[in-house]
Design a protein around this ligand. Structure first.
Ligand SMILES: *Cc1c(COP(=O)(O)O)cnc(C)c1O
Length: 426
């Protein structure tokens, strides 16, 4: 064996997986079981007391899910990961380890519409208060910091316009404030951007999108960078103080640079319960094997479609960071040199009505609320995902009435352009 470190594509196929030791099965088996037999009473007690690692019950961990966790941790350059039932579940589990009632977290205003809803409404009932900042104005993050701030949350490539966030600049703000930076890396995938390399402490994903990649399975994941000192400042008692449910263990002291991933599993997932089905873990693992190939094609197609739209007379503007004229192109060159992703928006001269009409005329693009599928997708955010926001908030989050969002798939780009041409022209 050579001692060279495997590259990204090799990790995408192999990380975390070995031929099954009992059957020789080469693909990772689906361990479709709720529970696992203990060797004896001592073994059972040590598993429950966190003195030994092993399988107990699929709500807490499962061998198929464990392969997925190891693979995504490897691709993101983290110390450990925890797979959960959805991207939203990942966000709840992460913040539950960090916030007490009455605490605050700062979030970039440009976010997935579902996250805006979750942060604004659902989290309010937990006593967690979101404070919005503008990812294009780094000082707005600094101004938002208070003694109750416990985390900063951003998207690497932001919904819906595909804008690129200056992760390093915001990580500097987080470091100064003594709080972790959480990056939702869903739209980039680790193939395009690895936020931990730029100062992120925690990465979350909706696996439902590019990582799974085929629009067939929900899932989410939390990656621990292992970089944050949870005991400094006494701000994170879940990690630094003795845990009564585990005989007084202190998680950071016991688990060091993967304490956060452990907390998410043994406190968050165990008690809140959003476990990922092993079948979905299998589907997502299969998707990840082709992530590099798919992302290359997604980006190549997105750039061609963006260029076509930029030259079309019915189009007022195109917001794609991969275009040299785009305001995020500098940041795209720095953070995502392999491509600026496949989700972006454009606006139509005909406004709201033109947006609704375009969506109804497209044939190859499916009109639905998802991104990161092999198939090309389209949505009019103002009448759907962002319809709950008032007009000013819609515009601020990049979802004004004239805006259409695309998630460009891996079909032949000539067919995608022909479909847009007929729908815009007719
Ligand atoms: C879809 C999505 C989520 C939520 O993920 P689910 O798997 O649908 O719960 C979070 N963030 C981003 C950027 C997303 O695209």
């Amino acid at each position: 064996m050579s001692d060279r470190l495997p590259g990204f594509s090799t990790l995408a196929v192999h990380a975390g997986a070995q031929p099954d030791p009992t059957t020789g099965a080469r693909a990772t088996p689906i361990y479709q079981t709720t529970s696992f037999v203990f060797n004896d009473a001592d073994h059972a007690a040590s598993l429950f007391g966190l003195q030994a690692f092993g399988n107990i019950y699929t709500r807490i961990g499962n061998p198929t899910n464990a392969v997925l966790e190891e693979r995504v941790a490897a691709l993101e350059g983290g110390t450990a990961a925890l797979a959960v039932a959805s991207g939203h579940a990942a966000q709840v589990v992460v913040l539950q380890q960090l916030l007490q009632p009455g605490d605050e977290f700062i979030a970039a205003r440009k976010l997935y519409g579902g996250s805006i809803n979750q942060f604004t409404h659902a989290f309010k009932s937990f006593g967690w208060n979101v404070v919005w900042a503008d990812p294009d104005d780094i000082a707005s993050f600094e101004r938002a910091v208070t003694p109750r701030t416990k985390a900063i949350f951003i998207e690497s490539i932001a919904n819906p316009a595909g804008s690129i966030t200056d992760i390093e600049a915001i990580s500097t703000v987080a470091r100064k404030a003594g709080v972790p930076l959480i990056v939702d890396n869903t739209l980039a995938s680790p193939y395009l951007i690895r936020p931990i390399d730029h100062g992120a402490d925690i990465v979350v994903h909706s696996l439902t999108k590019f990582l799974g990649g085929h629009g067939n399975s929900l899932g989410g994941i939390i990656v621990d960078a292992g970089t944050f000192d949870w005991s400094a400042g006494g701000k994170y008692p879940m990690l630094s103080e003795p845990r009564p449910e585990y005989h007084g263990i202190r998680l950071q002291e016991t688990f060091g640079n993967f304490a956060f991933a452990i907390a998410c599993r043994v406190l968050g997932l165990r008690d809140l319960g959003p476990a990922l089905s092993p079948f979905n873990a299998f589907m997502i693992l299969t998707g990840i094997e082709t992530l590099p190939l798919r992302m290359q094609k997604h980006c190549e197609n997105a750039k061609a479609v963006a260029e076509f739209l930029a030259g079309h007379p019915a189009v007022a503007s195109v917001s794609y960071a991969g275009l040299p004229s785009d305001k995020y192109n500098q940041l795209a060159r720095k953070y995502a040199p392999k491509g600026a992703g496949a989700v972006f928006t454009f606006s139509l001269k005909g406004g709201y009505d033109a947006g609704v009409s375009l969506v109804s005329k497209l044939q190859l693009f499916s009109h639905l609320a998802n991104v990161g599928d092999t198939r090309s997708l389209v949505i009019h955010p103002a009448s759907t995902t962002h319809s709950q926001l008032d007009d000013a908030a819609k515009i601020k989050s990049g979802a004004g009435p004239d805006v259409v969002r695309l998630s460009v798939g891996i079909e032949d780009k000539e067919d995608l352009i022909a479909d847009l041409e007929q729908a815009l022209g007719a």
